[in-house]
Design a protein around this ligand. Structure first.
Ligand code: AMP
Ligand code: MG
Length: 320
């Protein structure tokens, strides 16, 4: 916050975006729609601004942030961007793929952005509002999801207010986000070894399967310090969640899919892209419901279904 306790909500039109740019320039924090979920943005080159993200979210300071850039040329200013990185983003940027690459030691980014790691997570977003914003400013934006740490990610401006009202300067309301789950995260290691750190909307196996040698690493193989979004408990709805539930008990809020109707359906037609887009909204509804428990229908483990199952598993894991 910049010394006030009111979170302003404005439409993401030209005037709203210009206002967001001014707040960011002066070190404030703003929730912005992206094609995945709403992000909580601050200028990535300002220690005090980045510190406000951690404070507003209650985010542990060992959990690094994704830096959003205008394009590949912008990415090259902050990271050692080799042939493998260029290949990885080629047909996908702008889009929901984050690449983790070696950071330039003299990048000028706030130290807290990388949480002391030698690597930097970079993404070039596709959402027209985020792109218009990046065009107006001359610094990159650090932006994790715009929710209190560990809780359900926001896919509407209302979700952002549910957890961050009074803790951030502004919400740019651009309507519901489309992809619904956070970006796919790909680490490119020395020697050109590729590793998927988080499944997401981009199906790396389908697009770049040949770069993974023996295929994708097993889920959960990654070190916690490197990708805390992969900690067992995350996206917590605050009540027990039962997985792969084709039927539900009377005291369960049932999240449906395909033939399983439920109290809220991810997709009545069994469409996985639609299911991903609706996942967090259904979880928010389940969290707000009077029913004490949640059950989620089985979701196929293909394409973006892997990302949906990943998030549901972490939402179901009891917090430590
Ligand atoms: P979120 O908080 O939802 O934006 O998720 C950001 C994710 O990016 C977290 O899982 C972070 O751990 C991950 N991340 C950010 N920077 C890095 C990095 N340098 N290396 C590995 N993972 C990163
Ligand atoms: Mg998050």
């Amino acid at each position: 916050m910049s010394g006030k306790n009111v979170t302003e909500v404005v439409r993401a039109d030209a005037a709203g975006i210009a206002r967001a740019a001014r707040i960011l320039e002066s070190g404030g924090i703003v929730a912005v729609p992206t094609e995945t979920v709403y992000g909580l943005a601050a200028r990535a080159d300002d220690d005090a601004a980045v510190a406000k993200i951690y404070a507003a979210k209650g985010r542990p300071d060992f959990n690094p942030l994704i830096v959003h850039v205008r394009d590949e040329a912008h990415a090259r200013q902050y990271a050692d961007w080799d042939e493998a990185a260029a290949t990885a983003v080629q047909t996908i940027w702008p889009g929901p793929l984050t690449v983790v690459v070696p950071a330039k030691p003299d990048s000028g980014l706030a130290k807290a952005v990388t949480a002391g790691l030698q690597t930097l997570a970079l993404r070039c977003p596709a959402h027209p509002v985020m792109r218009a914003l990046l065009d107006l400013i001359d610094f990159p934006l650090a932006a994790p999801s715009a929710n209190r740490s560990g809780f359900i990610s926001p896919t509407t401006a209302q979700h952002v207010l549910t957890s961050l009202d009074g803790r951030i300067d502004l919400v740019l309301d651009g309507g519901p986000t489309k992809a619904g789950v956070e970006s796919t995260i790909l680490a490119i290691r020395a020697g050109g070894v590729w590793e998927e750190l988080r499944p997401g909307p981009v199906d790396l196996d389908a697009l770049h399967g040949e770069h993974f040698g023996k295929g994708l690493p097993a889920m959960g193989d990654v070190k916690a310090i490197e990708a805390p979004g992969q900690l067992a408990s995350h996206y917590a709805p605050g009540k027990p969640l039962r997985l792969a539930a084709a039927t539900s008990e009377a005291d369960e809020f049932h999240i449906g899919f395909g033939g399983v109707a439920g109290n809220c359906t991810l997709s009545a037609t069994g469409n996985l892209a639609e299911a991903a887009a609706r996942l967090y909204d259904c979880l928010h509804q389940a969290a707000a419901s009077d029913l004490p428990r949640i059950a989620a229908a089985p979701i196929p483990q293909t394409g973006v279904g892997r990302a949906i199952n990943d998030r549901l598993r972490r939402a179901a894991a009891p917090a430590d």
